[in-house]
Design a protein around this ligand. Sequence first.
Ligand code: SAH
Ligand code: MG
Length: 193
Amino acid sequence: MGLEELEKYAKEYNIPIMQKEGIDFMLEYIKKNNILTILEIGSAIGYSAIRMALLNPNIKIVTVERDIERYNEAVKNIKKFNLESQITIYNCDAFDLNLDEKFDFIFIDAAKAQYIKFFEKFKINLKDNGTILSDNLNFHGLTHTKEKIESRNVRQLVRKINNYIEFLKTNQEFITQFYDCGDGIAISKKKMK
Ligand code: SAH
Ligand code: MG
């Protein structure tokens, strides 16, 4: 059982795991900044959590997934990779997850329409010098398109992602850099007081 099998499974069952360019960028960032504690919102089948945990046996990850099938698959995968001591996974809605711990790194990769709410909820779980990474801000290129998007649902989602980008750009507490990498990544850090 290798990573390729997880990638194949994700493709087959249409599970939106982070793609190569984005994941490579994120793993590089984690290594470079000696990140050891990670909170992930949106585990899916555990792929990104496993990739992060494999970087270094001292890395500890807490991750949450609300979908029971994906959660079960993630639990299975974490076991197969022998990473139970490094990855703690919860099966609930992230909005019902209340943690006291503070993390070096928070990875927001769940429902795109809720990004502002995830950010506001979990920023208290970030260490002062920590980083929040948000994925999928390009939303397959749609957040920058000038053309009219036919689907009403997609249009609404694009508006919400653009609201989140605006929220980050104008945030008083955090300074954000945007990377046109993978499906669009933002790196937010607390401003120094
Ligand atoms: N980080 C994963 C991919 C996550 S896909 C990887 O790269 O491997 C996004 C996941 O977030 C989906 O499985 C979805 O069920 C989950 N999700 C969406 N909203 C959520 C919420 N409010 N609470 C918990 N999980 C959520
Ligand atoms: Mg994603």
